[in-house]
Design a protein around this ligand. Structure first.
Ligand SMILES: NC(=O)c1ccc[n+]([C@@H]2O[C@H](COP(=O)([O-])OP(=O)(O)OC[C@H]3O[C@@H](n4cnc5c(N)ncnc54)[C@H](O)[C@@H]3O)[C@@H](O)[C@H]2O)c1
Length: 263
């Protein structure tokens, strides 16, 4: 028996791969030999990451588009597929903490539909759009992997982050249905549910709290007393996307330093 995660010949589209978790995912898939299609809303970020991966010897292509735009996502995915071969692996990673980041946290009773929209657009519609666009060719080719990055918030709830939690729970629910509908075609779909990470998304929070009692209180709930880093996530995603992952589907796997088991 050999244990290897050889993704050579596979093409992976990673959304929001311009920084943070997505960037870590791009490094890991490139190390596994996959061709990485680097998506980000910010073209400069997608181009920079693709360039760095290519400098390190990997095959990488920037594919900037807005995941919330159904037509743009469908067009970009169709074009990327037509250039060479269709996409084998989709990692739905692009996400946000709303229009104003963590500053926008507030009790649900104080929110309006205008506050909900930015969370729902990226964290739920973005996943719907990209998943819908990649599925037909996966079905046609009888092989595919979809990995969606969700959050502990979607499983446990999040006081002052209810709409983010709802959007992530919605995306996780979509994954289960995709797994049910498509397992027979050699397609798996799984979620990775993250705990508190240290990435550019949450850096303002960490920087502001530094060694504060608030930061210590958050970390005290994590048996592994540190926030997660992109590399903590990336290799599980590679496993799920590999041939070794063919009997793991419809699952939500926590990567959270033990947070939820310790609750
Ligand atoms: N950071 C955390 O603590 C944490 C915790 C749980 C879950 N998550 C999830 O992990 C994922 C990655 O988070 P991160 O911390 O790396 O975030 P990040 O903000 O550091 O990076 C996200 C990237 O996605 C891109 N992006 C945003 N909107 C987009 C759009 N509409 N289309 C295409 N790209 C877009 C951004 O430009 C950015 O480069 C997200 O889905 C997030 O919800 C993060």
């Amino acid at each position: 028996m050999t244990l290897q995660f050889d993704l050579s010949g596979r093409r992976v589209l990673i959304t929001g791969a311009g920084q943070g978790v997505g960037r870590g995912l791009a490094d890991a898939f490139a190390a596994g030999g996959a061709t990485v299609l680097v998506n980000d809303l910010r073209a400069d970020r997608a181009e920079a990451v693709a360039e760095e991966l290519r400098s390190a010897g990997a095959e990488a292509v920037p594919v900037p588009f807005d995941v919330t735009d159904y037509d743009a996502a469908t067009q970009a995915i169709t074009d990327a597929s037509a250039e060479a071969r269709p996409i084998d692996i989709l990692v739905n990673n692009a996400g946000n903490a709303g229009a104003e980041g963590f500053a926008a946290r507030m009790p649900f009773a104080e929110t309006t539909p205008a506050d909900w929209e930015p969370f729902l657009q990226v964290n739920l519609y973005g996943v719907l759009n990209c998943t819908r666009a990649v599925l037909p060719t996966m079905v046609e080719r009888q092989w595919g992997r979809i990995v969606t990055i969700v959050s502990d918030a979607g499983r446990t709830g999040d006081a002052s982050g209810a709409v983010y939690a709802a959007a992530k729970a919605g995306a996780a629910g979509l994954t289960r249905s995709i797994a049910l509908e498509n397992g027979r075609y050699g397609i798996t779909a799984n979620n990775i549910a993250l705990g508190t990470m240290r990435t550019p998304l949450t850096e303002p929070l960490w920087a502001e709290m530094a060694d504060s009692p608030q930061a210590k209180a958050i970390l005290s709930r994590y048996p592994v007393r540190r926030p997660g880093l992109p590399e903590d996530v990336a290799y599980l995603a590679v496993l799920l996307a590999s041939d070794h992952g063919s009997w793991i589907t419809g699952q939500t796997l926590p990567v959270n330093g033990g947070y939820s088991f310790a609750m």
